[in-house]
Design a protein around this ligand. Sequence first.
Ligand code: SF4
Length: 680
Amino acid sequence: MNLTRTVCPYCGVGCGIMAGADGTIKGDPEHPANFGRLCSKGSALGQTIDLEGRLLAPQIGGRDAGWDETLDLIANKFSTAIRDHGPDSVAFYLSGQLLTEDYYVANKLMKGFIGSANVDTNSRLCMASSVAGHRRAFGTDTVPGTYADLEQADLIVLVGSNLAWCHPVLHQRIAEAKSARPSMRVVNIDPRKTATSALADTHLRIVPDGDISLFNGLLTYLADTDALDQHYLKHHVSGGLPAITQARLGDPLESGLSHDELEQFYQLWAGTKKVVTVYSQGVNQSECGSDKVNAILNCHLATGRIGKPGCGPFSVTGQPNAMGGREVGGMANMLANHLDIENPDHRAKVQEFWKSPTISAEQGLKAVDLFEACASGKIKALWVISTNPAVSLPDAEGVAAAIANVPFVAVSDIMARTDTGDLADVLLPATGWGEKDGTVTNSERRISRQRAFLPAPGQARPDWQIICDVAARMGWSDAFGFSSPAEVFAEYVALSTATMDFGRDLDLSIFADADYVNMIPTQWPQNDKRFFANGGFYHPDGKARMLPVSTPKASARDAFTLNTGRNRDQWHTMTRSGKAPRLGAHLAEPYAEIHPEDAAALAISAGDLIELSSPKGTSILRALITDRCARRQLFAPMHWTRQQSSAGLVNNLAISVTDPVSGQPASKANQVSARKFGAV
Ligand code: SF4
């Protein structure tokens, strides 16, 4: 059996895979992300590539239609909406599952040709707060960490990150490094005890959103114990004094930790030179997520613990190509190549490169705002590509109603039935993993090729091609005349080279002569170049910024705090992972974890159902009684859709509270009431 080198389509670790058309799946021993390792999800990919449930032909109003008729209709509906209501009356909603080439053409079309920035992505739910934090601190959204840093660190601090379930191969790499070097310390900071806590030497159970108190306390401790790097602060950082002054106003005990726990953690951090702080959704998915990120970055900047091997803050991305999307400006507030949409020089350069008739001068609508604009009637034509917002966004029922309120909705997907697709006027059959070619970038900025090893089923087409076909019908055939993903990638590389004079270091010139077909996984800017190694950052003065960060005001929480997240063996709304029987066997039904004392207070016994309610909706879940959750806290996975279990949909409980800087929803701290199902 010939095996094709490709990349896992699940999490942001971006493991290399060798795959065969017969369903053979092996870890790629030569891929630097995993060196042959795979987790349960990746190794079960062979069970997910059948055609059951696939969308195999374009559909208009529920009937099969030809491609020409369907593409003409979409182009006509979008053009008419733009003519009658302006460019901001249309929107695209994309996905971190898309390949970089898909992202690139969608953003080029919306920002450079339609003239709106209403193109956002489900990556907004994943790491938008990290993007905002990086931009504030570094001047660009640049992730400094690498996977090798995790193995070289003497202390790894995992904050709001259940790596064991959500980035399992990174967890394996840390576990192996710790086993080989027992002096390595791991601290897990999380309100919930998780599988990751088992790896840690210490689990610090903070209260929800207690991170800022904890890290402001660390900054204060570092200042008070003469543990700051004064030379680094003087030459490479500004804003240190105001940040420390602000941090002193907080009380670290508000983190929920005891004095002893804080003292021990602070001593360990201050006494260890090589510290990597890894963080993900527990930090990002908060109404103060951007400030949490900057509270972490402040501590690394104040001590010069950045830009060195085994050292630095490291935001790990949730989705396989969240990073690639960011690189090509895949969010409503960015331009390609880490350029700023609100900077006139950046806009002019990109427009000149694209030779486009216009370029959006303002940020577009971020995910939650975008669907609120659908609800209010502002959006007249919406195209959802490779994602299921009617399940995955907070206030899922409200989002479904908002989509239904849009006069024209197109959905591109691999599946014939999704909760969002059921609301569409037009369905477009997209090729899926194993059938399409392109590139993805993982959490450590490594660009790898996804390669097809299966034929496109039915009439399915790759997303980049569908987008270009619509653009051509809207009158822009020259700018979207790509005939392959290699040509799209080449244009993106050329754009990166053309905009190098803005000093962004997103230099892809190493790919200029790359053999796209045989491209090997490559980190940018270069394999041997470490970001910030020379102490230079991307603000105009070349310095990083420490930001004064305030402790969030504790809101009155007399209800339960519901934390939503992932299971070990499922992915998002289970479109793909739900097909694998082995994965379904892990945790087979919707559930909510509840502390034993809370369960007793509600007269809930093992196996009972628990009913959770918020002003937005109700969910009925199996009660899983465990001390993994602290008192008055619950955890429920977000995978189940209406089609699988209408009672198990948990995002219908969430109110659309977002971080005011990043627009990322606060999915970790939903306020709900709870009772035994059936109790009166
Ligand atoms: Fe796929 Fe992530 Fe598992 Fe690697 S760790 S096999 S990328 S799901």
